[in-house]
Design a protein around this ligand. Structure first.
Ligand code: GLU
Length: 423
C-alpha cells in the first residue's frame, strides 16, 4: 500500500463538523438550545470485536461499530461501511446525517450507521462472508425491522446484505425480510434500489435545472467515484444527454473535455477493474478532478474532498453531493461566497434510503412493486423535498444545505417535543 493510500481521507474530525453544522442550524432556525443539546449526541454506540479465520489459517480481529443517532421519528436506518479509515466518530457523523436525511424525505425512520475497519478489496469472498456473519452476530440484539435497519454503504453491497439477512434470519428461525435493505432481488430486494441513490441525484439536478431555465443536456459534469452512486449517475446523466467530462475511481480518473464515452467506461471498469487506460481520455488524479472546468461537480465517493484548501479553485457552479459529507463547513462558506450552489448530501443522495424504505415496506407486506412504480414514488418524494428545501432557502435567505438541515432538524425536534422526554 502506498503512503497516499495509507493516509486517511478524514482531515478533520467528522463528528465535530456534523455537530458544528447542527449548532449553526439551531441559530439560523431559532431551535431550542435544549433540543440542540439532545440532538448533538448519539443515542447509542456499540463497538464490537470481530474475530475472523483468514484463508492462510491465521485469525484476524477486526473492529466494528453500529451507532444509532436518533429514533424520535421511527426505527433507525443507515448503511454499513467497510473501509480502512472507518472511525467511531466517522460512524457517528454518518448516523447523524442519516437522521436528517430520513426526516427531510419524510420517512418514518431515525438515523444510524455501521462500520468495520477493514479493506474489503483485499479480503477473499470467504473472509468477507465470515467477517459479515460474525459482525451481524455481534450486533444481532441491536438491529431488527422495528429497531434498526442496515443497508449498503461504501465497501458493502447486495451480497453483504444477503449474508446479514441470512445470519439474522437463521438466528430467529424464520426469514426476516425487514431486517436489512439493499438485498438482492432473489431474497426480497426492491426493483430500482441499486440505482436509487444516483436516480435521486438525477432528480435533484433536473429540479435545479428547471429552476434555472436549463435542461440537463446543457450541463457538463465531472463525477468522482465509480461505485454504486458514481457509476449509475454517470450512466443516467449520459442517458439524459448531459456531457460527462470526467469520472474516477479510488485510484484516479479520466478526463475528456469533449465528453467521456460512458458506456465504454462502464465496460472498461467491468472488464479490467479500473478506469485507467480508457481510450480517448487523459489521466487525472482525484485531486485534479475536483478542480476541472465543468458545470456540475458530483463527489460520489468519500467525505472531505472539497476543503478550505481547494474550495476557491472549484470551477463548477453546482456541486451535487452524491457522497455523504464531501464538502466541509469551511469549504461551504467559501463556495457560498463564490455563488457556487451545493445540492447537499441529505437531499442529493437520499434516493438510496427512500427506496430502502420502499424495500422495507414491501418486505413487511410481502408484496412487491413494479420498477416504474418504485421510480415514480421515488420521484414524488425527492422532487417534493427539493421544492420544500428550495422554498426554505428563499424564505430564510440561506444555502440549500442550511435549508435542508433546518427543515430536517425542525421535524426531529418537533417529534422529540411531542413525544416528551422520558421519564
Ligand atoms: N448508505 C446509504 C446512505 O448513506 C443508504 C442508507 C439506507 O439505505 O439505509 O444514505
Amino acid at each position: 500500500m502506498s503512503t497516499a493510500e495509507a493516509a486517511s481521507h478524514l482531515r478533520e474530525n467528522p463528528f465535530e463538523l456534523a455537530r458544528a453544522q447542527l449548532r449553526k442550524v439551531g441559530e439560523v432556525f431559532a431551535i431550542d438550545p435544549n433540543l440542540i443539546r439532545i440532538l448533538s449526541q448519539c443515542k447509542k454506540a456499540v463497538e464490537v470485536s470481530i474475530p475472523v479465520s483468514m484463508d492462510d489459517g491465521s485469525i484476524e480481529a477486526f473492529n466494528g461499530y453500529r451507532v444509532t443517532h436518533n429514533i424520535a421519528r421511527g426505527p433507525s436506518k443507515g448503511g454499513i461501511r467497510y473501509h480502512p479509515d472507518v472511525t467511531l466518530d466517522e460512524v457517528k457523523s454518518l448516523a447523524m446525517w442519516m437522521t436528517w436525511k430520513c426526516a427531510l424525505m419524510g420517512l418514518p425512520f431515525g438515523g444510524a450507521k455501521g462500520g468495520v475497519i477493514c479493506n474489503p478489496k483485499t479480503l477473499s469472498m470467504g473472509e468477507l462472508e465470515r467477517l459479515t456473519r460474525r459482525y451481524t452476530s455481534e450486533i444481532i440484539n441491536d438491529i431488527g425491522p422495528e429497531r434498526d435497519i442496515p443497508a449498503p454503504d461504501v465497501g458493502t453491497d447486495g451480497r453483504v446484505m444477503a449474508w446479514i439477512f441470512d445470519t439474522y434470519s437463521m438466528n430467529k428461525g424464520h426469514s426476516v425480510l425487514g431486517v436489512v435493505t439493499g438485498k438482492p432481488l432473489s431474497v426480497g430486494g426492491s426493483l430500482g434500489r441499486e440505482e436509487a441513490t444516483a436516480r435521486g441525484s438525477l432528480y435533484c439536478i433536473q429540479s435545479l435545472a428547471g429552476k434555472r431555465g436549463m435542461r440537463v443536456d446543457e450541463y457538463s459534469v465531472a463525477i468522482q467515484g465509480f461505485g454504486n452512486v458514481g457509476a449509475h449517475l454517470a450512466r443516467l446523466l449520459h442517458g439524459e444527454g448531459a456531457k460527462v467530462v470526467a469520472v474516477s475511481d479510488s485510484r484516479g480518473g479520466v478526463y475528456n473535455p469533449k465528453g467521456i464515452d460512458v458506456p465504454a467506461a462502464l465496460a472498461h471498469k467491468q472488464e479490467r477493474g479500473t478506469l485507467a487506460g480508457l481510450a480517448n481520455a487523459e489521466a487525472v488524479t482525484n485531486d485534479e478532478l475536483v478542480e476541472l472546468p465543468c458545470d456540475i461537480f458530483a463527489p460520489c465517493a468519500l467525505e472531505q474532498v472539497v476543503t478550505e484548501e481547494n474550495a476557491d479553485r472549484v470551477k463548477a457552479q453546482i456541486i451535487c453531493e452524491g457522497a455523504n459529507g464531501p464538502v466541509t463547513p469551511s469549504a461551504d462558506a467559501i463556495l457560498e461566497d463564490r455563488g457556487v450552489l451545493v445540492l447537499p448530501d441529505v437531499l442529493a443522495n437520499a434516493g438510496g434510503v427512500v427506496v430502502s424504505y420502499f424495500e422495507w415496506v414491501q418486505g413487511l407486506q410481502e408484496y412487491f412493486w413494479r420498477e416504474e412504480e418504485v421510480n415514480a414514488k421515488l420521484h414524488d418524494i425527492v422532487a417534493r423535498a427539493f421544492e420544500e428545501t428550495w422554498a426554505a432557502q428563499e424564505r430564510y435567505a440561506t444555502s440549500m444545505r442550511m435549508a435542508a438541515y433546518g427543515l430536517a432538524v425542525q421535524r426531529v425536534a418537533e417529534a422529540t417535543t411531542t413525544r416528551g422526554l422520558y421519564p
